[in-house]
Design a protein around this ligand. Structure first.
Ligand code: C5P
Length: 206
């Protein structure tokens, strides 16, 4: 059983993926963290973000069991991740690790940008989770404020739009719904309603 979940930044796909994995007893991989971990390793060592060989060697040392969103959540890391995500050789290596993870028994939920289109094109259930940029920026702002971190709605909105644009317009594995993905627009839904809608979609597909 593989559930592929894609969508733009702060669409709520991560929360949904975690909850679906728990509900159906599956493993979960937030693939954004694989790009973030490579970016963080390069930033920490002051290495260039555009060098494919260096990025690939950082990817080869990744331990998927040690990825932690709290450690990798910084804004600069997300930006750097989106920059290195255009390197085809790096993507090939990360996709290889992600597919290995997807093959674990009894199955897995993977969330990211290209799961339904590239990583697991044969997944029996694909969801494309989205929400308007304004709603996503509001959620991200509230999330940061609830953790007592600084958050400015206007700059968060501008950054989200910039990152969406970069992720959707790149030539390699651009962010887009797979043809057979179920669209889930959560602009008007809270997390409980979104979760229920997602469970219904998965149940129907099984
Ligand atoms: O999901 P998250 O914001 O952590 O992802 C960080 C960046 O990693 C994204 O903006 C995107 O450029 C890249 N990414 C990707 N493919 C994935 C997951 C993330 O290109 N499957």
């Amino acid at each position: 059983m593989i559930i592929a979940i894609d969508g733009p930044a702060a669409s709520g796909k991560g929360t949904l993926a975690r909850r679906l994995a728990r509900h159906f007893g599956l493993h979960h991989l937030d693939t954004g963290l694989t790009y973030r971990a490579v970016a963080a390793a390069l930033l920490a060592r002051g290495l260039p973000l555009g060098d494919e060989e260096i990025a690939i060697s950082a990817a080869c040392n990744l331990d998927l069991s040690r990825l932690d969103r709290d450690v990798l959540s910084a804004h600069e890391i997300g930006e750097a991740a989106s920059r290195i995500a255009v390197l085809q050789g790096l993507r090939d290596e990360l996709v290889r690790l992600q597919r290995e993870f997807a093959g674990r028994e009894p199955g897995a939920v993977l969330d990211g940008r290209d799961i339904g289109t590239v990583v697991c094109p044969d997944a029996p259930v694909k969801l494309y989770v989205t929400a308007s940029p304004e709603v996503r920026a509001r959620r991200r702002t509230d999330e940061l404020l609830s953790k007592e971190k600084p958050a400015d709605y206007a700059s968060i909105l501008a950054d989200l739009k910039k990152r969406d644009e970069r992720d959707s317009s790149r030539s390699v594995a651009p962010l887009k719904p797979a043809e057979d993905a179920h669209l889930l627009d959560t602009s008007e839904m809270d997390i409980e309603a979104a979760f229920k809608a997602a469970v219904d979609i998965v149940e129907q597909a099984r």
